[in-house]
Write a new protein. Sequence first.
Length: 246
Amino acid sequence: MLVAAAVCPHPPLLVPEVMGAAGRRGSDIGDVLAACDAAVAGLAAAEPGLIVVVGGAAANAVYDGPAAGSLREYGVRCAVGTGEPVLPLSLTVGSWLLRRAGLVPPDGPAAGPARPGGRLWLRAVARATPPAQCLRLGAAIARQAPRVAVLAMGDGPARKAVGVPGAADPAADSYDAEVAAALAGADPARLARLAASLDDELMVAGRAAWQVLAGAADGERLRGRLRCATARYEVSYLVASWDLSG
């Protein structure tokens, strides 16, 4: 059963070593990181027995909590987990956020809210996965434990980043507004209706992960909070928290 969820973006800029503390202080990306920290803290408060980090990738894969990821290709000596780096960017940043929150020790499985015997899964979802398949995967994840928390990692439209900086893009803006409303209202049905056909057109990296969350949340009475909705370098970043209502 899904008891809590957090939605966060995964730009490498979130990691202090990438941009530097001075560059982040008082910036949009600093606000995004603060919102991510608050959203991830909400997962701890729900005391889940299983935490599942879901993020888009080139292919489907499942990793154990200690699996390693690296930002080496971005010119930063920052790594999480143990062993050779295998995680895609989305799961690397997600794992980093959990460690930053103290939910995962540097070289072990989930701790804190996951209690003795608790678990952490890292689930890469192919970005081209059709909505129906994402929903089924989410439903299966929610059945894995009595108390499941999902951290869904995904960026919004990036099409404006390759266009004219600051120029209006009605299609991307409309997509952002739809996702923001769905996250604010904890509305899985609205997320489920996002069209996969727009992924390439709008350069959306988060659709598959958001729809896995929608599948996990289907049938639950949840309340949502949109913590942040902004753009940095013309890429849309949304942060939200979902938890059980009442």
